[in-house]
Design a protein around this ligand. Structure first.
Ligand SMILES: NC(=O)c1ccc[n+]([C@@H]2O[C@H](COP(=O)([O-])OP(=O)(O)OC[C@H]3O[C@@H](n4cnc5c(N)ncnc54)[C@H](O)[C@@H]3O)[C@@H](O)[C@H]2O)c1
Length: 700
């Protein structure tokens, strides 16, 4: 049981005690109803206080139970709330810290609510592709008014209790406590006073719920919400449910809410969003690194290289209040790097996203140097110099010379072997990859590359540093391209074959963008610079001479069409503009290439385009799991959702493959293997996929 019961004088106290956030799983719900029964049976008890232990009143439902019989096993949240409403003794919710989702719905079932200032109050179900399912859409409009409540329900965003308490006419809180410390005593006193007063016990369900211009308001809400939530069904259902609160009897409104909630639970969007929620939390757990692994202290950071990545990486730490020293070989490079950082911050100040004093504060944490000796006290040093092993060797040699014992030495390399880099030092246990994505101050993803000798404490420390700088960190083993780029290579290879076989860059991009990717492969190439892939292919043609790929991308680069930076790539660009204009020259180049290969172009469907690109990710992802480069399929999904613009509502490539059915995915792969223009050996379904299909199982 995860709720405690005690009696203080004539007040019974039920305390949710299910750390970390008092989730309302089955055992907690049983705890509440058992406490309630005891209180009702005890003649000495006159009133009841319901509160939460530790860091929350309640963070809401236990999402691990969603979609399982446990979620509806009696007492379920609805029946617990009904039991609270039926209580003959007044129940006061003493709300503090976090009161969200089912937690808020529980509080709304109590007769009274006393809140501590600073409490985060929200109905965040929409972020999981759902609507509140235990009366939130029916009760919140009754205490806050329809518009405020619907704003909260549709956004899912938390609002502070003191702000809500200040709204005129609000009935959410009967009292705002003076401080979090005094909340409990004030709630007990409040309970005593309402018990002494006697009379009918108020219920939120009995409050009126009207909007003076209901029809117009809900039409307006639907238009706005519909336009903003294209790929997600839940937000519009929030509007429907709130409207029902204003037009129907309470119990009928509850039934409508339930209907929407249950239907949404099985939509692919909600399943994907819940997968993302769990995968994000799971990514920070590493199978063989215990949660209590000792960590090193990171108070100061050194960054080597003030280029594109070095500057962005530095900003992450400055934003988190951690001092940074950047090292370069020349003063001009330092000046350029610092000027870019300034420019980025100034743009944020101009847009009102950063206060001027915060900007000054951040810049004051930044130092620059040309001498390695200035890095002797740094706790973490991240290298972001040119992508050449020889340059990395020099840098890590210097770091080995000056860095204090116990300093963590990280490389931002995208493609080089982290174990080789570690071997340039006499302390390979302290070396790790921290692969940021560009722009490093914006992109959420951080691939943490674990070398063969990387210390567990180093890994644990870097994972928690990542959290501090607000990155989603995913651990990858050492291999060419790590998780993300190793997979994208297969995706790009397919994009190239599609051009050879008859597609145009714009057709491929459109199909993939319609699927939901932020950008198709060719627009992406133009943005990132086609020369980067060119250089990698040149290197790989030495390492993997038999690798089959389309030569179109090389031909494009031979024409100097590197992308937006050269004003032309797969598309044409007007000076200073980013709009991709289909290029007749590129079409001709592709046609000539087909002729050279003797290919008669064929019409390729959008479905084939999407399947070949996405299943290429899936097959390589499966090999990555087989090789132990990623420890779980959810990690691969996190990489693609946070670093590669994979559509969030599809849950990442591996989750998407589960949804399609691995049998279907494997069959499609076998079909692609028969295409003489494609790479038959690549399209053999990975052994892991074959095994999962044979066992009737899925990834994860
Ligand atoms: N650009 C990206 O999208 C991206 C993404 C992830 C990782 N990376 C990796 O990050 C690293 C840096 O890439 P970038 O795009 O920032 O390159 P960049 O060319 O913009 O910057 C590199 C900087 O390093 C400096 N430098 C070179 N040798 C040095 C040395 N010996 N000591 C100190 N400074 C030195 C250069 O003066 C330059 O300012 C590379 O390893 C790259 O593979 C790049």
């Amino acid at each position: 049981m995860t709720a405690e019961y005690k009696v203080l004088g004539d007040v019974a106290v039920i305390t949710l005690a299910n750390p970390p956030v008092n989730g309302l799983g089955y055992a907690t719900r049983v705890g509440i109803t058992e406490g309630l029964s005891k209180a009702l049976d005890d003649a000495a008890v006159k009133a009841i206080v319901l509160t939460g232990a530790g860091k929350a009143f309640s963070g809401g439902a236990d999402i691990k139970e969603f979609g399982t019989p446990k979620a509806i096993q009696d007492p379920n949240l609805l029946s617990v709330i009904l039991a609270l409403e039926h209580s003959t003794k007044p129940i006061v919710a003493a709300i503090h810290s976090v009161c969200m989702g089912g937690g808020l719905e529980l509080a709304l079932g109590c007769h009274y609510r006393v809140a501590a200032p600073g409490t985060s109050v929200a109905l965040p179900e929409v972020k999981l592709g759902l609507i509140p399912g235990a009366g939130g859409t029916q009760r919140l409009p009754r205490v806050l008014g329809v518009e405020t409540a619907l704003n909260m329900i549709v956004s899912g965003e938390p609002v502070k209790s003191e702000l809500l308490a200040s709204l005129p006419g609000q009935k959410l809180f009967d009292k705002l406590a003076a401080s979090p410390e005094s909340l409990f005593d004030e709630a007990v006193e409040f309970a005593k006073s309402v018990a002494a007063k006697g009379g009918d016990l108020p219920l939120v369900r009995n409050l009126p719920c009207k909007h003076p211009q209901g029809d117009a308001y809900f039409q307006f809400a639907r238009n706005t919400v519909g336009a903003m939530s294209k790929n997600y069904p839940a937000p519009l259902k929030c509007v429907d449910a709130a409207e029902a609160a204003t037009k129907r009897k309470f119990d009928d409104g509850m039934a409508e809410e339930r209907r929407h909630f249950t239907n949404l639970m099985f939509t692919p969007e909600s399943v994907a969003l819940r997968h993302l929620f769990m995968a994000e939390r799971a990514a920070s757990r590493i199978p063989d690194v215990a949660d209590d692994t000792p960590q090193r202290t990171i108070k100061t950071v050194g960054v080597i290289g003030a280029g594109t990545m070095g500057g962005g990486i530095s900003m992450n730490f400055l934003n988190a209040g951690i001092p940074v020293t950047i090292l370069e070989t020349k003063q001009e490079a330092l000046d350029r790097g610092v000027a870019t950082i300034r420019k980025n911050y100034e743009a944020q100040v101009k847009k009102g996203k950063l206060k001027a004093d915060k900007y000054d504060q951040r810049m004051s944490l930044l130092k620059t140097t040309l001498s390695y000796d200035d890095l002797k006290d740094a706790d973490l040093i991240i290298e972001a110099v040119f992508e050449e092993l020889g340059v990395k060797e020099k840098v890590f040699g210097e770091l080995d010379r000056v860095a204090k014992p116990g300093a963590i030495l990280a490389s931002n390399t995208s493609t080089l072997d982290v174990d080789k880099i570690a071997a340039f030092t006499k302390r390979p246990q302290d070396v790790i990859g921290m692969h940021f994505f560009s722009p490093a101050n914006v992109m959420k993803l951080l691939e943490v590359v674990r070398g063969a000798k990387t210390g567990k404490d180093v890994l644990a420390t870097v994972m928690s540093v990542a959290k501090k700088i607000k990155k989603t960190a995913v651990v990858s083993g050492v291999c060419d391209g790590f998780i993300g780029n190793r997979m994208i290579e297969q995706y790009s290879r397919q994009a190239g074959f599609l051009l050879d076989e008859g597609a145009t860059p714009q057709q491929v991009d459109k199909a993939v963008e319609k699927f939901g990717f932020a950008m198709g492969p060719f627009r992406m190439g133009d943005l990132a610079g086609n020369d980067i892939g060119w250089a990698i292919r040149k290197r790989r043609s030495v390492d993997f001479p038999d690798m089959k790929y389309s030569r179109t991308a090389d031909k494009l680069c031979e024409l100097g069409r590197f992308g937006q930076k050269t004003g032309a790539g797969w598309y044409d660009y007007k000076a200073g503009k980013r709009d991709a204009i289909p290029s007749a020259l590129v079409d001709k180049m592709i046609e000539e290439h087909r002729k050279e290969l003797g290919i008669t172009p064929r019409k390729i469907s959008d479905d084939e385009i999407v399947q070949r690109l996405v299943y290429a990710l899936v097959n390589e992802g499966a090999h990555i799991l087989e090789d132990g480069i990623a420890s779980k399929s959810g990690d691969i999904d996190m990489v693609y959702l946070t670093g590669y613009g994979f559509p969030i509502w599809r849950g990442g490539p591996m989750h998407y493959a589960n949804q399609v059915g691995l049998y279907n995915v494997a069959e499609a792969m076998k079909r692609f293997a028969k295409n003489p223009r494609d790479d038959a050996s690549f399209w053999q379904p990975a052994p892991l996929i074959q095994k999962l299909v044979a066992d009737g199982k899925q990834f994860g």
